[in-house]
Design a protein around this ligand. Structure first.
Ligand SMILES: *Cc1c(COP(=O)(O)O)cnc(C)c1O
Length: 361
């Protein structure tokens, strides 16, 4: 069996070119006689890999010198705790709750201090982004937290919240490197890489240097201090070495594709094909308010659980995999990350048209 079009929300599709390169280098990485998996992370060869990955990411995102780039473990979920442990100096933070991931982050922060839910879209199953232009930001908030692209519900912040001068912390797991970003607007940008960048096991944290201090909550473990990792260039202990190597290859692939502006154009074109069809379909419906639609995760339904299940099953048989919606919302979800070729989206829409013709009278 050949490769399928994989619409998984994560771990997700990676560029075929990257996988082939990794395959070519699997047994003997550039004359070293070993795989990157087998290599000391303290070796000259690996040092070049991680340094080049960081340099390429800095170039792609235009990351200013006063921001550190950290390659960590523990997934995006570990950041739900690391952020309050390191940043909650006043023990107050404001959370905008636009989905399950933001909610989990909010709940985790409540363990360490006073987490305020200053806005939420839970009243309508997280199908929109609340107006964040004039929120009741707490006077003594250490930061304002958002999940920028809501993987499960398919919404995206098109404008950042007005934080009234407070630090912005953003989980970009499912929109990382999907479009250009102004890093200077954030205190912390972080994301698990398994959605849009690489294999699970790596989380990238981009953090303004002045936020990295020893002044953390009492009892914060050494491994959960940003300072530990920053002081040691992500090499305090063994980093997720092979995962970082693959991320580095994806950074090079994005550079070759033309960088983040080109990525954005490519992603907009793909998403338009799918959303245009959803808007005219007699059977399928998008579930998200139009202005807030994500370019990366596209949830849709037929209105019948039975037809949804039939669709997912028949799509799989046609080589269109992982279209089942998240277990908390049902229906379908097509994740069309950077590495999903436009042909994959076209094949999906063709299949949806055929399914619609066969299942409507
Ligand atoms: C997947 C996801 C997470 C959780 O990532 P883990 O690496 O599994 O902890 C958090 N936030 C967002 C937006 C995600 O899409």
């Amino acid at each position: 069996m050949g490769r399928v079009y994989n619409f998984s929300a994560g771990p997700a599709v990676l560029p075929e070119e990257v996988l082939k390169e990794a395959q070519d280098e699997m047994m003997d990485y550039r004359g070293t006689g070993m795989s990157v998996m087998e290599m000391s992370h303290r070796s000259k060869t690996y040092d070049a890999i991680i340094k080049e990955a960081e340099a390429d990411l800095r170039e792609l995102m235009n990351i200013p010198d006063n921001y550190k780039v950290l390659f960590l473990q523990g997934g995006a979920s570990q950041q739900f705790a690391m952020i309050p442990m390191n940043l909650m100096k006043n023990k107050v933070a404001d959370y905008i709750v636009t989905g399950q991931w933001a909610k989990k982050a909010y709940q985790e922060a409540s363990i360490y201090g006073k987490a305020n839910k200053i806005a939420s879209s839970e009243d309508e199953t997280f199908s929109y982004i609340p107006d964040c232009s004039d929120l009741p930001i707490s006077e003594d908030a250490d930061y304002v937290y958002i999940c920028e692209n809501n993987t499960i519900y398919g919404t995206k912040f098109k404008t950042l919240p007005n934080t009234k001068g407070k630090l912005l912390v953003s989980d970009v797991s499912s929109c990382f490197l999907s479009e250009p970003v102004d890093v200077t607007k954030y205190g912390v940008i972080y994301g698990g890489v398994q959605k849009n960048i690489g294999p699970a096991g790596v989380v990238i944290v981009i953090i303004r240097e002045d936020l990295i201090t020893e002044d953390v909550l009492p009892g914060t473990p050494t491994m959960l201090k940003y300072k530990t990792h920053s002081d040691n260039d992500s090499m305090y202990n063994t980093p997720p070495a092979y995962g970082i190597y693959i991320c580095g290859k994806v950074f090079k692939w994005i550079k070759k594709m033309g960088g983040l502006s080109a990525m954005k154009e490519h992603n907009e074109a793909k998403a338009k094909i799918l959303y245009d069809f959803l808007d005219e379909s007699k059977l399928f419906k998008g579930t998200v308010r139009k202005e807030d639609r994500s370019l990366m995760n596209v949830p849709f339904v037929t209105g019948s659980d039975e037809l949804d299940a039939k669709f997912v099953k028949e799509a799989k048989e046609a080589g269109l995999e992982n279209l089942k919606g998240h277990r908390s919302v049902g229906g379908m979800r097509a994740s069309i990350y950077n590495a999903m070729p436009v042909e994959g989206v076209k094949a999906l829409v063709e299949f949806m048209k055929k399914f619609e013709a066969e299942n409507t009278k």
